[in-house]
Every structure is written in C-alpha cells, then in structure tokens.
Design a protein around this ligand. Structure first.
Ligand code: FAD
Ligand code: SF4
Length: 329
C-alpha cells in the first residue's frame, strides 16, 4: 500500500475542508482499505470520520421519522427499537447484511457509498469501463457474468452492492449532505447516476461532499406497509444476488401508492416502475403481488449468465409484497 497522510478532523466542517482537494474519505474503512490494498485508490491523504462526534446517532423525531447519522453501524440499525418501529425493513436488511463482525463496523454512509464488488473492477490487471477502459469485459465472450446485473447494463454490467439503498429509496428517505456551500438534501432515490467511463463510483457525491445523516419518513401504522426480501448464495460474508424492497400505501384494501426498488440487479439501485403500476388502483392481495412480481422484470436485458436473476426478481418482489401484506403495519 502506498504511504499516505491520515487526517482525523473532529467537526463536519473540518472533514468537508479536508476531503476537498483529492483526499479519500473513510468511514470505518471496510471498502476503502480493500480498495487501497488492491491499489485501486492510491491517495496521498485519507480523511476519517471516526472522530467527528454525533455522526453515529439514531433519533426518532416527534413526527415518528428517523434521523440516522452516517456513521451508525449496521449492527445498531438492526438492534434499534426506534428503527424497528419507524422502518422495520431497514432493520431487517441491516441485520442480514455481510456478517456479525462486519455489521459491527459497516456504517450507513459507507454502505451507501461502497464501490461495486465486480471482480474485474476490483483487480487492476483486468480491463474495466469504470476504471477508464473503452469496454466492459463482463459483456465480452468468456466474461464472468453471474454476479452482474440485468437492467441498464449497456456500458457497465455491475450489480449495486448495497442492501440498504433500495429500502431507503422505497421508503422515501432523504440524504443530508454537507459541503463548502452548506447542507443540501438529496433523495436517496437520486443519490446515484448512470455509469460513465473512468468514473469509479456511480453515486453523485463528489470531493468535499460528506453525507451527514439520512432522514427516513415513518411507516404509518394502518396506512403504510413495507416489505423486504433478498436471495443470497451464502448466509454470511457475501452480498445478496437480488434484493427487493417495497413501500405500499393502501386505503380500504386498495393500493393508493406504491414504490418498488431492487438491489444487485443494475449498476445502481433500480426502481421497478412497471411493478408499481401493476399495484396502484388494485386490491392489495397475494394474487396482485404475483402480478407485480412478473411486471418487475419489464425492460430486463439479461446476459446469458444472469438470466437466473430474472426469475429471482419475480420471486423477491412477490415475497416482499406478501411480507408487507402480512406485516399489517
Ligand atoms: C464480505 C462482505 C460482505 C458484505 N455484505 C454486504 C451485504 O450483504 N449488504 C450490504 O449492503 N453491504 C455488504 N457489505 C458492505 C458493508 O456492509 C459496508 O457497508 C461497506 O463495505 C462500507 O464499509 P464502511 O462503512 O467501513 O465504509 P468505507 O469503506 O469507509 O467507505 C465506503 C465508501 O463510502 C464513502 N463514504 C463513507 N462514508 C461517507 C460519508 N459519510 N459521506 C460521503 N462518503 C462516504 C467512502 O469515501 C468510500 O468510498 C459487505 C462487505 C463485505 C466485506
Ligand atoms: S461490469 Fe462495470 S465494473 Fe465490472 S468490468 Fe464491466 S465496467 Fe467494470
């Protein structure tokens, strides 16, 4: 690993200043240190958020919404009674991610900002569009395709690794980002943009941007239902193959509004709008959940090695909706 200067600011303002001008921002470093050891990132300066007080706070506000500091660990999210009450699917997703040891260190901000685990991206000896090469070897003959995506994969076929991002996007959560210009609010659904050549990460935060907290509207008992479902190859120490997160507002048993988000199927979290359309205005039933599952794969362009994910998407969306139906929250 290349030698670097380690900076430990104690305020958000100082972290913003230190992060500007090319320093690599670190939460607890699970992804950052992997990337540095693999020499994908070779910064002269690393700025850590570990000494900024208050960034690990979870608060339930009087209106029932949650404010979750960017340094909150996944273990805290999984165990918090406030998170379980206001957004139970966030607690579920956090509690199933990675492994117990990793959840004790993995942070909300780092989870949303982690880079793709695509094997070609992770090893500098391979070609990779995201690292500046002209094409993507996953799509070439003989490319290893199984972990890749099925939506929006024409330039980069990777699968977004965060289990939490689809839950937060479905829940209408908002990220609060500090920069030299002050704080701005970005819906989690708008935190990511399409892949570009030479742009390692698809999230919209740049140098000098520090995610401070995420605000999550409450799931209102009697009006809203939420559900989460994932499929994994291994129960621990791995990323999911497909994630489905749903938020449904129903009145008198009829769906008034619905949000359906998928993870691990596209370079960024993916909104399944056709599934939402299949739900709105219809009775909220298990049969309609199956119809929405079928609709969720509209627009999929699987590679030969990722065709299995089409079937998984149908299943996770149906199961997430049935979980929402049965949760009665
Ligand atoms: C074996 C393994 C299995 C895993 N399984 C899962 C899984 O099932 N589901 C899942 O969702 N995740 C999974 N993860 C990811 C894990 O949960 C961590 O969230 C992730 O690695 C980030 O770690 P970190 O919080 O230490 O962030 P870091 O590594 O410190 O940071 C990650 C990125 O986010 C940026 N960043 C961090 N905080 C901020 C901030 N406040 N503002 C702006 N940018 C920021 C950093 O600059 C960096 O680019 C897994 C990881 C491993 C190693
Ligand atoms: S899928 Fe994306 S990250 Fe992986 S090699 Fe292709 S361009 Fe790079």
């Amino acid at each position: 690993m290349k030698a670097f200067r380690y900076e430990r600011p104690t305020t958000v303002e100082a972290a913003v200043r230190a992060h500007a001008g090319g320093a690599l921002l670190k939460a607890n470093g699970i992804d950052v240190l992997d990337r540095m050891k693999e020499r994908l990132d070779q910064p002269d300066r690393v700025v850590t958020l570990v000494d900024v007080p208050g960034l690990d706070r979870v608060e339930r506000r009087p209106d029932g919404s949650l404010s979750i500091g960017a340094m909150t660990t996944l273990a805290t999210l999984a165990a918090s009674a406030d998170v379980a009450a206001a957004c139970p699917t966030l607690a579920t997703a956090a509690g199933q991610a990675a492994s117990p040891a990793l959840r004790n260190r993995a942070t909300l901000g780092g989870n949303l900002g982690q880079h793709t685990r695509c094997g070609y991206y992770r090893f500098a000896s391979f070609r990779c569009f995201k690292r500046g090469d002209a094409d993507c070897p996953v799509q070439a003959p003989g490319g290893v395709q199984e972990p890749a995506g099925i939506f929006g994969i024409d330039l980069c076929a990777c699968a977004h690794p965060s289990s939490l991002a689809p839950v937060l996007a479905a829940g209408g959560a908002v990220a609060v980002v500090a920069s030299a210009k002050g704080e701005r609010r970005v819906p989690v659904a708008a935190l990511y943009e399409p892949p570009a050549r030479g742009k390692a990460s698809d999230w919209v935060l740049g140098e000098g941007d520090v995610l401070v907290r995420v605000e999550v509207p409450p799931v209102v008992a009697g009006s809203h239902r939420v559900g989460y479902e994932e499929v994994r190859q291994k129960a621990a120490f791995d990323w999911p193959l497909v994630v489905g997160a749903v938020w449904v507002a129903a009145r008198d048993g009829v769906v008034a509004d619905a949000r359906v988000w998928l993870g691990a199927v596209a370079p960024s979290p993916w909104r399944a709008e056709a599934a939402e359309k299949a739900l709105v205005g219809k009775p909220f039933t298990a049969a309609q959940a199956a119809v929405a599952g079928e609709a969720a794969v509209a627009g999929a362009t699987p590679l030969p090695g990722t065709a299995y994910k089409v079937e998984l998407v149908k299943v996770v969306v149906r199961r997430a909706l049935v979980a929402a139906l049965e949760r009665r929250s």
